[in-house]
Design a binder for this molecule. Structure first.
Ligand SMILES: [Zn+2]
Length: 193
């Protein structure tokens, strides 16, 4: 999932910190590594990970790097062309990113909320679509160390997790939008492809 558009850049130029121009260049370079709709990799359901080995950890490191450089808040393996059930996301600016391998939604609240989402694979995050999501979810998964994770999330974090698990099933945000919004999204994608 992509960040909401930033209205005002407040980045200060401090010694050793990337300048806003450098960050923009990194972002464009990282987006080159993210599959863009209608790439078929985005539509194929991803394969479960049998074992969390060195290969999987290398994939996770690559995804974390691309997510950060692309200013994303979440990224799923099919978005980098790898058909494995692996996702990474950042619950908030202050928190460390999380890694979920073979995630399963084991509980979903009946209560849903519609909010605007962007996706790094749809016009690099510029297309914004209103998507209804469960307010709270419980997820079982493995982490990058292969350990069992049992996680409860709500609000923004629950939304990001649902967005990224959708990628593992080949589902994109406009699939979940209303008819009108879906038509508009597809039209914009066609116009700007
Ligand atoms: Zn996405």
């Amino acid at each position: 999932m992509s960040e909401q558009p930033v209205e005002q850049q407040t980045a200060e130029e401090e010694e050793g910190r990337p300048t806003p121009e450098e960050r923009r260049e990194w972002r464009l370079a990282a987006l080159q590594l993210v599959r863009q709709f209608p790439d078929p990799a985005l539509r194929n359901p991803a394969r479960p990970v049998a074992e969390v080995d060195e290969d999987v950890r290398r994939l996770v490191d690559r995804m974390l790097d691309i997510m950060d450089r692309a200013h994303g808040v979440g990224l799923a393996a099919p978005q980098v062309g790898v058909s494995r059930r692996v996702l990474v996301y950042r619950p908030s600016d202050e928190e460390q990113p999380r890694v979920l391998i073979n995630p399963e939604l084991v509980e979903r609240s009946e209560e849903t909320e519609t909010g605007t989402e962007g996706c790094l694979s749809l016009l690099g995050g510029e297309l914004q679509v209103p998507v209804p999501r469960h307010m709270r979810v419980r997820v079982e998964a493995r982490d990058a160390g292969g350990d069992q994770v049992d996680l409860e999330a709500e609000g923004f974090e629950a939304r990001v997790i649902q967005h990224e698990i959708d990628h593992l099933d080949g589902v994109l945000i406009f699939d979940r939008a209303g008819d009108q919004e879906r038509r508009e999204a597809l039209r914009e994608l066609r116009l700007r492809a």
